[in-house]
Design a protein around this ligand. Structure first.
Ligand code: ADP
Ligand code: MG
Length: 488
């Protein structure tokens, strides 16, 4: 029998508000000293009262609108009761029957994933297991941080789709500035629910939930592992046990943690300390108007406006600030080349895009800088693009100049001049260089004469090397070939 995976996700994201969900304590994910950002409210002292953070409510509604979800007119907080040492109140304020967002969807390359709901709750503290003493310590800095929970329908069929969805959602909340969504910092956390069913049938099988996954790649790995594990069970005539499993990223395996408790164990009831909320249509319209251009819209506009390939646009638009830098460069190109035909301007856009998603992205990654920290001006970058396109410098030299501009924010012509990187395309100069390379590499020359074509490429490589990448490779090749063939 052949089985297919049925997968649904629960994704938590900490919202990047200034203060916590129900009190004025700071929401600072970078606070390293434990128990600094706490107060009687988020510590659950008797007699204190929570007050809902308006910015958090607005951010979660904006996420809902960006997902094309419905914002019900009525919302309410509920108590989810359970005891755990990192939960000082003995209950978590969450939302059960009346969340801020219902429905919506995310369009993936292969299919549409429907959103069930998005609600708002508060994060718990953090338990720290002290290696030295063996004691467990509690840090409450995180207790009460606004936490958005998004639940999807079980619409996924593969781990790759899970990964694409996760990356899209991460991109979306960052575009909206709702969450920094850094998975290593635990600002975004994913739980994968997965079951199998025979291909061609409708009814869902028994699911397991895999927790503690801290990257979307691991989420895809967990799907692959669980698909295999559950297939083996079913093939052996055994049953899948409904349970919560953990993910061991080192072994690439899931492991049983606990048999899942039912929803009624939490004894949800309406939070008596917070008034229910009416979400006015004016507020919703206002938040809708405040939404920035969203990733899909930006991508199709980039394809239209700059005539770029969809794959390049997807990389450019992954980060809003990176995309904004590209647009500044593009407007400089437009300013300088108003008179050039549109076709050649599009070629400049493509060169700019290629340099950005290749070398510039790598430089950002290596230095850990954000795209809005690039000190090189868009004008200088555009100038480099033009110089490279006009073949005033070689591709190799452009790389070197870009790295220097990234470091010093210098002017490209100055850097090219100072480093002697103008492209050499004079036939005489290149012939001299070719002659020298031939003289210095008799073995390659002998190979070429025995019919080994690749040796010509080797000689050209030597010319490129001795010219530090400034020789025009095309003309260098012609010069070398001419000399080699003539002496034959
Ligand atoms: P629970 O009550 O166990 O939390 P929910 O009905 O709230 O389950 O669903 C949690 C997540 O699991 C959702 O993303 C949902 O789409 C998904 N899900 C529900 N049933 C299945 C199933 N049989 N197989 C895979 N995923 C499922
Ligand atoms: Mg659930």
């Amino acid at each position: 029998m052949e089985y297919e995976a049925v997968i649904g996700l629960e994704i938590h994201a900490e919202l990047n508000t200034k203060t916590k969900m129900f009190c004025g304590s700071l929401n600072d994910p970078d606070e390293r000293h434990p128990n600094m950002n706490i107060c009687p409210v988020c510590m659950g002292y008797p007699g204190t009262l929570p007050v809902a953070n308006r910015a958090a409510v607005e951010k979660v509604i904006m996420v809902g609108l960006a997902l094309d979800g419905t914002i019900p007119a009525y919302a309410q907080f509920d108590r989810k009761n359970y005891f755990y040492p990192d939960l000082p109140k003995g209950y978590q304020i969450s939302q059960y029957e009346h969340p801020f967002v219902l429905g919506g969807f995310v369009e993936l390359s292969a299919r549409r994933i429907r959103i069930t709901r998005v609600h708002l709750e508060e994060d718990t503290g953090r338990l720290v297991h002290d290696q030295k003493t063996g004691a467990t310590l509690v840090d409450f800095n995180r207790a009460g941080v606004p936490l958005m929970e998004l639940v999807t329908e079980a619409d996924f069929r593969t781990g790759e789709e899970v990964r694409e969805f996760g990356e899209r959602l991460q991109q979306l909340v960052r575009y909206i500035d709702a969450s920094d969504a850094n998975m290593e910092k635990g600002q975004m956390r994913v739980e994968v629910n997965i079951s199998l069913r025979p291909v061609g049938t409708e009814k869902f099988g028994t699911k397991v939930e895999v927790k503690n996954i801290n990257s979307f790649k691991f989420a895809a790995d967990a799907v692959a592992f669980e698909t295999k594990r559950q297939t083996a069970l079913l093939a052996a005539g055994e049953r899948v046990v409904q349970e919560t499993r953990g993910w061991n990223e080192h072994k690439g395996e899931s492991f049983s943690q606990r048999i899942k408790e039912d929803a009624h164990d939490y004894r949800y009831f309406p939070e008596p300390d917070l008034p229910p909320m009416r979400i006015s249509r004016e507020l919703v319209a206002d938040l809708e108007a405040r939404l920035p251009e969203l990733p899909h819209a930006k991508e199709s506009r980039f394809v239209r406006e700059y005539d770029l390939e969809p794959y390049a646009v997807e990389i450019l638009a992954r980060d809003k600030k990176f995309a904004a830098y590209f647009e500044q460069v593009a407007s400089e190109i437009l300013r300088h080349d108003r008179d050039t035909p549109e076709r050649s301007r599009h070629a400049l856009y493509r060169t700019a895009s290629a340099m950005m998603i290749g070398d510039l992205a790598r430089l950002l990654k290596e230095t850990g800088a954000e795209a809005d920290e690039i000190s090189m001006t868009p004008e200088n970058f555009a100038e480099l693009v033009v110089l490279a396109s006009e073949e005033k410098i070689t591709g190799a030299a452009a790389k070197e100049v870009l790295a220097e501009m990234f470091r010093s924010a210098g002017d490209p012509s100055d850097i090219i001049e100072a480093r002697g990187l103008w492209q050499i395309s004079g036939a005489d100069a290149l012939e001299d260089m070719a002659r020298r390379a031939i003289k210095e590499n008799p073995a390659a020359v002998a190979d070429y004469r025995k019919g080994k074509e690749a040796s010509l490429q080797f000689i050209v490589g030597q010319i490129m090397r001795s010219s530090r990448g400034t020789a025009n490779p095309q003309i260098a090749r012609e010069a070398a070939k001419k000399l080699l063939d003539a002496d034959n």
